[in-house]
Design a protein around this ligand. Structure first.
Ligand code: FAD
Length: 473
């Protein structure tokens, strides 16, 4: 049966239909188990029904093998450092993704189970199992467990980066400059549009011998999870691909022209706000890149520098550096200089509770923490200042590192992401170079409030955050 609904934008025949082979990797040496009834895509990091190379590859395999495709997603209530704020955003996106897949005749089975366990169980019904790619330790461990335990071939397809991580570089990069020059050469090879195919064999999830977790009502689905509820949901960002695309179009229309000049101004809103959506894989970076192609301007270049060079440097970092979430990841020169200044007097020392409550002597810092507490995001420029000050106000750099990672991951919707681990590490010298020597920081780059006042209208930022806090109360 050939399945297609009227509002399905997928095409039956495309032009260049290749998916870059460097995005595809078989994770075990098992064969396709033709006697099994389904082709399965375990969706984990690319939580979207469009512009998803893993989904597209799975559809093509299902059509080739003439079997129905089932998309499986496992929700664990134990994902490290995730809380109600993160789960709500994810569930909003999953609801939309499930509905969009069903429009294409593809059933999405969502289960409340440890994701890799559910993947192992459903692999018993799979002729072939596809999975997208994740870079964090736990995501890699899940895939390794599946690859070892599955009784069929497991194929991983990388869709959350423009340039596949190993193609970009075979090693941990020293800085943005070293990665940039490599990306420049390989980028054109990776920009082919993703041609989307119609799924020819509809599947019926109800026929699967597993209990589905209903995400059609986000409140109910959220209430059914045993999760940390200490960090409330936010209304500023609603999860899902449609919202991600709305932010993208708003950015292109209203902000992009001023991006290179104004992106660093904390009181002005000239950035895209796409990071939570990228974090949950609700939008594809390749889709974003292609949407901006042809708009040749300084701002476009500046935005793509962040989206590709900086973001994929972070992926390179967590992929090649096993200690990405600890102080051990900081380069030796920075550790040495910070050690040398360990005994320097710290004028202010704050506990994590004081930081969390935005109760320091520094109004700018408090506003940044408050922005994060209230909205689930913090302006990009303030993130640098924020982490640098935690370093300045802690007894040791190790303690500062732990506090910064903890707060970053707890409150930010885009937290627990390669970008967060790389961002914190950058504030301690990673991907940066030595600067002039100062107390506490040694040769690690220093930032102070005078710099903020000199460059930006900080009053505007303070007022905005205060207004946001008034609305919440
Ligand atoms: P835009 O300026 O619109 O940029 C577009 C996209 O490019 C972003 O969504 C992001 O994916 C990428 N990008 C932008 N700046 C950077 C950067 N410096 N490094 C890597 N990628 C970048 N980003 C996270 O996604 N999650 C985090 O937890 C996180 N924590 C950070 C902590 C610190 C201490 C620092 C210094 C930076 C951190 N960043 C983090 C990176 C950056 O600040 C955010 O990605 C950015 O502010 C997100 O806002 P936006 O989408 O509006 O950015």
């Amino acid at each position: 049966m050939f399945y297609n609904k009227n509002n399905n934008k997928r095409t039956q025949i495309g032009g260049n239909r290749m998916i870059l082979e460097e995005r595809i990797k078989q994770l075990n040496d098992k064969k396709t188990a033709m006697e099994r009834p389904y082709v399965v895509y375990w969706m984990q990091s690319s939580q979207r029904a469009e512009y998803n190379h893993a989904l597209e590859y799975a559809i093509r395999q299902a059509n080739r093998l003439e079997k129905p495709l089932v998309v499986y997603f496992g929700i664990t209530d134990g994902f490290p450092e995730a809380n109600e704020r993160h789960y709500a955003f994810m569930l909003e996106g999953l609801k939309e993704t499930k509905a969009a897949l069903e429009q294409c005749g593809i059933q999405m089975l969502i289960r409340k189970i440890s994701p890799e366990q559910g993947a192992l169980e459903i692999s018993g019904l799979a002729a072939l199992l596809m999975v997208d790619r994740g870079y964090l330790r736990i995501e890699r461990k899940w895939r390794a467990t599946l690859a070892e335990g599955a009784e069929c071939a497991v194929v991983q397809i990388e869709s959350n980066v423009v340039v596949p991580v190993e193609l970009a570089s075979p090693k941990e990069e020293y800085s943005a400059a070293t990665l940039r020059s490599k990306l420049k050469k390989i980028l054109p090879h990776c920009l082919a549009p993703l041609e989307e195919t119609v799924c020819q064999h509809p599947s019926v999830a109800a026929e699967l011998p597993f209990e589905a977790y209903d995400v059609s009502d986000t409140e109910k689905a959220l209430a059914g999870l045993a999760i940390d509820r200490s960090v409330p949901r936010v209304s500023d960002y609603i999860g899902g691909t449609a919202e991600a695309k709305r932010w993208l179009e708003d950015f292109i229309e209203n902000k992009l022209a001023g991006y290179s000049e104004r992106k660093n101004h904390p009181g002005e809103s000239f950035t895209s706000n796409l990071s939570p959506y990228l974090h949950f894989g609700q939008i594809s970076p390749l889709y974003i890149y292609r949407r901006l192609m042809g708009m040749d301007s300084e701002s476009q270049q500046s935005f793509l520098e962040e989206l590709v060079v900086r973001r994929e440097l972070a992926v390179n970092f967590v992929y090649y550096n096993e200690q990405y979430d600890s102080y051990a990841a900081v380069p030796d020169w920075a550790k040495k200089t910070l050690d040398k200044h360990l005994a320097d007097e710290r004028e202010y020392l704050y506990s994590v509770e004081e930081l969390e409550a935005a109760k320091t002597h520094d109004d700018f810092w408090n506003a940044a923490q408050l922005e994060m507490n209230l909205t689930g995001k913090m302006h990009g420029y303030m993130r640098m200042y924020w982490a640098k000050k935690i370093l300045e106000w802690s007894s040791t750099p190790q303690e500062a590192y732990r506090k910064a990672i903890y707060l970053n991951n707890k409150y930010l919707l885009d937290g627990r992401d390669p970008n967060g681990f790389a961002g914190v590490s950058w504030c301690f010298g990673k991907h940066d170079r030595p600067w002039g020597e100062r107390a506490i920081f040694g040769n690690v780059r220093f930032m102070n409030d005078k710099g903020l006042k000199r460059k930006f209208d900080m009053q505007l930022y303070l007022e905005q955050v205060a207004e946001r806090a008034r609305k919440r109360n």
